[in-house]
Design a protein around this ligand. Structure first.
Ligand code: NDP
Length: 341
């Protein structure tokens, strides 16, 4: 049993994860994309979608045809402002990677573009999907629906996924401003982490299988559900995410996902939408959109908000890149076990 923290470089961790994905049936290109996505979440301190998720990835890959890791996404140039992607029951990350350049070209030409992905499985931190577009000068918004895990406002049955949305915009002289949040009070991965660590949840996060409030993460996971953040307001945003990720793209609503014949399935075969906006079109001859983003961030900080979205993530990233990504002994043992499985 190893007893100390080990620091791996991003490449070392990604290589290790890539080997696990390949061992469990992913072709090398898909394995590489998923491994870099998962390693990047760990690097950024997005622990609910970092290495912790490797167990779910492996379980998912073993779940008897639930996800097709070798699927080749079909990318259609649907209209001047629309890229339509059928991920063909594969992972969303390679589907988005395949559509990315066409989406950017369309947004640059038209001022805006939509990438609509259906029939896809997502198990990552959404910040990683939007940030690269902002690095190319775009505003990017993205949404994903998932498995039923959240009760609607005042409701008793889970109908929404944890349905995250993310926003990214270029910022002058700094990495893009990014925020990324589940529309549930808490991300499902964090409930699993609490259950694993034997920690109670705060009141107001979840209900048990009978719809009664509970602070026991195991009861939330065992037939219970989460609440939407912000009461009726969060529930409305989650409803919007369902419409943008299922009705719009031609995919499943979270409530329609049925993994019951695939024991071990974790992800949902749902959809993802991205909206890209080229800010140069909005400002005409006024050049400095990124500077204006910095202006508003400055006003917010001056007004007393000490931590902005992304501050923690970027600090974590900088530390990880400097000293390596810290992994505890139990995590390394766990990766060993996945390599051997
Ligand atoms: P958090 O509530 O931890 O954070 C949400 C956002 O708010 C982040 O941008 C965060 O910035 C920022 N933030 C957090 N605390 C503060 C604070 N005190 N002051 C200012 N800003 C703050 O995220 P969630 O738990 O809602 O989501 C966790 C992850 O789970 C996300 O990456 C999401 O994409 C992912 N997810 C993925 C799903 C999937 O199907 N693939 C489903 C559901 C969730 P910072 O990042 O710097 O902390």
């Amino acid at each position: 049993m190893k007893s100390h923290i080990t620091y791996l470089s991003f490449d070392e961790l990604a290589d290790r994860l890539c080997g696990i994905f390949q061992r469990h049936g992913c072709p090398s290109n898909v394995a590489r994309l998923l491994a870099e996505n998962c390693a990047a979440a760990e690097r950024d301190g997005a622990h609910s979608h970092g290495v912790f998720r490797m167990r779910d990835y492996v379980s998912n890959l073993k779940a008897d045809g639930w996800v097709d890791p070798a699927a080749t996404p079909v990318i259609e140039d649907a209209s001047p402002g629309f890229v339509r992607v059928d991920a063909r029951n594969g992972f969303a990350v390679p589907a988005l990677a395949g559509a990315r350049d066409l989406g950017i070209r369309k947004a640059r030409h038209n001022g805006a573009a939509v990438i609509a992905i259906r029939n896809s499985h997502h198990l990552g931190a959404l910040s990683l999907d939007v940030e690269p577009f902002a690095e190319e000068g775009m505003i990017a918004l993205s949404f994903i629906n998932s498995s039923p895990a959240v009760v609607p406002y005042g409701g008793h049955t889970a109908v929404f996924g944890t349905n995250p949305f993310a926003f990214a915009a270029p910022r002058a002289g700094e990495p893009p401003l990014v925020f990324d949040m589940a529309t549930s009070v808490m991300a499902h991965g964090d409930v699993q982490i609490a259950a694993r660590e034997g920690r109670a949840l705060e009141p107001g996060i979840g209900v048990d299988a009978e719809g009664r409030p509970t602070t026991d993460p195991a009861k939330v996971l065992d037939g219970g559900a989460l609440l939407p953040f912000g009461a009726h307001k969060g529930a409305a945003i989650s409803l919007m995410v369902e419409i943008l990720c299922a009705a719009l793209v031609g995919g499943n609503f979270s409530a329609e996902v049925d993994p019951s014949r695939h024991p071990g399935a974790v992800t949902a075969n749902t959809g993802q939408s991205l909206l890209l906006i080229d800010p140069r079109k909005g400002r005409g001859a006024l050049p400095d959109f990124a500077g204006r983003v910095s202006d508003i961030v400055g006003y917010v900080r001056d007004a007393g908000q000490q931590r902005l979205p992304g501050d923690r993530r970027l600090r974590h990233r900088a530390q990880s890149m400097k000293r390596g990504i810290p992994l505890g002994a139990e995590v390394l043992d766990f990766l060993d076990s996945l390599e051997a499985a």
